[in-house]
Write a protein of this length. Structure first.
Length: 109
């Protein structure tokens, strides 16, 4: 049995409202990753560093890379994360602006 590779959808990729919502979702996911990375960094800064357990520059580089990797993976495990809340909050504004103007949506309001 062959499966169809095309997705059926009510909106087309050329739809400005769908493009605006997709950009909003992508941006919210990026923000969520940065937020988690900064959260881990702030938590690590609370741990006291002494001479015996300090790994120096190598440890700093490794923990930075670990935090970045965790920030990429952890939000994917969340059922309801900050990105979903942001999309829900801004969806109406983005949809209204996309319908009224073909220009890019300005989130700086």
């Amino acid at each position: 049995m062959m499966q169809s590779t095309s997705k059926t959808s009510t909106t087309t990729p050329a739809d400005p409202q769908a493009k605006a919502i997709a950009r909003l979702t992508h941006t919210a996911k990026q923000f969520e990753g940065v937020f988690v990375q900064q959260l881990f960094k702030a938590m690590r800064d609370t741990v006291p560093q002494d001479g015996l357990t300090s790994g120096g520059a190598g440890e700093d580089m490794f923990t930075g890379m670990l935090d970045q990797n965790l920030a990429d993976k952890l939000p994917q495990q969340w059922k309801h994360g900050p990105a979903e809340a942001m999309v829900a909050h801004f969806r109406a504004q983005v949809s209204a602006q996309a319908d009224s103007s073909p220009s890019p949506v300005d989130f700086r309001r």
